[in-house]
Design a protein around this ligand. Structure first.
Ligand code: PMT
Length: 403
């Protein structure tokens, strides 16, 4: 899932570490998301990847030098001011030391000294170097001065060692950049999101489920995080990675999802319930695999709790509750009944019979209903755009309740 960065201008600084090859993918994702990217490379970075690679992908001349042919007189001042944000990925220990000491001895470091835009630094180096107290001290200085630091990931490194120091995955870097250039209108809000299907076990190898992939709920979680919220995601089984910056709890069954949401609900300002919770589960769980037998087999099912209705019954008035209604007929009528019965503020009515909406696809076509009888019909949008429109309504309700 890539954030929209349409019309945003980003400066990508690349320094000389083995992870410089990953900066190529960061650039590709930024361009795909609609950003205009100016790449600035240090001399050491060019030992790992050529400027031509970045130039071909960005469509812009890569800047490498302070002086010499092709350089503009005040480029080191103008470059860092003509953009919405700056990211340095990877940032070597040497680069961190120079930034912390205020050294400007090449184009990238002088650009940073003159910049007035948010700067995201993505350190990447061997674990021993990363743990070195002087590197940690430099990172501390940068944090104090308002630099945003994206913590490196842990895992196997290019040198074969294990530990912290790997450059985070490019989609996470792009999500962190998107955060920097998005107004934080949900800052300070705690948003709880549910997503995905539930698995209701029949025997040790079989379960009942539905077609939810989690895409809609994960988009809500990612966009809420981008808009500054503290986001917790309770997810049924999906193939999706946790969105960057979001705390994720994985569950399997409706009962597990209920337990997780009930324990988190009282600390949230907003609940957005996009999970496709199974309404029924097998009445009994067979201890052993059920054997093939008679021509027909009857499975007895029992009701699962209606999770959001239970939370709606004990909500505090200032909390905002949003449900989804997945319908194949009489969309608005059924959605209105669910909005009232579950004591929600908003319900997102979702016609899941349309091929380009609902389960598994990247787009959705929904109508948002509110308690005052308001009906907002949205066109076909990407799931991220739908998430933004739902969160616009949530932000308005939160502002109203604040008085
Ligand atoms: O995951 P994707 O592949 O992207 O698909 C997205 C989606 C179609 C799953 C999503 O857009 C959607 O519509 N989610 C709600 C699915 C659903 O369970 O709808 P419902 O009409 O059965 O339930 C109404 C509301 O009650 C929902 O908010 C649901 O989460 C909640 N519910 C339902 C049953 C139950 N036992 N407990 C609940 O809390």
């Amino acid at each position: 899932m890539t954030a929209s960065l349409q019309g945003k201008k980003i400066l990508l600084g690349v320094t000389g570490g083995i992870a410089a090859y990953k900066a190529v993918e960061v650039l590709r994702l930024l361009v795909t998301a609609g950003a205009q990217v100016q790449v600035v490379m240090t001399a050491a970075a060019q030992q790992f990847v050529t400027p031509l690679t970045f130039q071909a992908l960005s469509g812009e001349t890569v800047r490498t030098d302070l002086f010499g042919p092709g350089t503009e007189p005040l480029e080191h001042i103008s470059l860092g001011q003509a953009v919405d944000a700056i990211v340095i990925a990877p940032a070597t220990a040497n680069c961190l030391a120079k930034l912390a000491a205020g050294i400007g001895d090449d184009l990238l470091t002088t650009v940073i000294l003159a910049a007035s835009r948010p700067i995201l630094v993505c350190p990447a180096m061997n674990v021993k170097m990363y743990e070195n107290p002087v590197v940690q001290e430099n990172l501390g200085k940068l944090r104090q001065r308002g630099f945003h630091i994206l913590e490196p990931a842990a895992g196997e490194m290019a040198c074969g060692a294990y530990g912290s120091g790997r450059l985070p995955e490019p989609p996470d870097i792009v999500a962190a950049i998107a955060c920097l250039v998005t107004p934080p209108d949900l800052g300070g809000r705690r948003i709880l999101v549910s997503a995905g299907p539930t698995h209701e076990d029949l025997d040790p190898v079989r379960f009942l489920t539905n077609r939810s992939t989690g895409k809609m709920g994960y988009a809500v979680a990612a966009v809420a995080r981008r808009r500054g919220a503290e986001v917790t995601l309770v997810s049924g089984p999906t193939a999706l990675p946790a969105p960057w910056g979001v705390s994720r709890y994985l569950v399997r069954t409706a009962l597990e999802m209920q337990a997780a949401l009930e324990s988190l609900f009282s600390q949230c300002d907003v609940l957005i319930m996009s999970a496709a919770v199974s309404d029924y589960r097998p009445a009994g769980l067979a201890e052993q695999k059920i054997k093939r037998g008679e021509e027909e087999m009857l499975v007895k099912l029992t009701h699962n709790p209606d999770i959001v209705a239970g939370l709606g019954a004990r909500r505090q008035q200032q909390q905002v509750l949003v449900g989804f209604a997945a319908e194949t007929q009489d969309l608005l009528e059924h959605a209105t009944t669910k909005l009232q019965r579950k004591n929600l503020d908003l319900i997102v009515a979702n016609d899941v019979s349309a091929p380009d909406a609902g389960f598994a696809v990247d787009t959705n076509r929904v109508t948002i209903l509110d308690r005052q009888g308001g009906v907002e019909v949205l066109p076909l949008l990407s799931k991220e755009e739908v998430a933004d429109r739902i969160l616009d309504r949530v932000a308005a309700l939160l502002a109203e309740r604040r008085g």
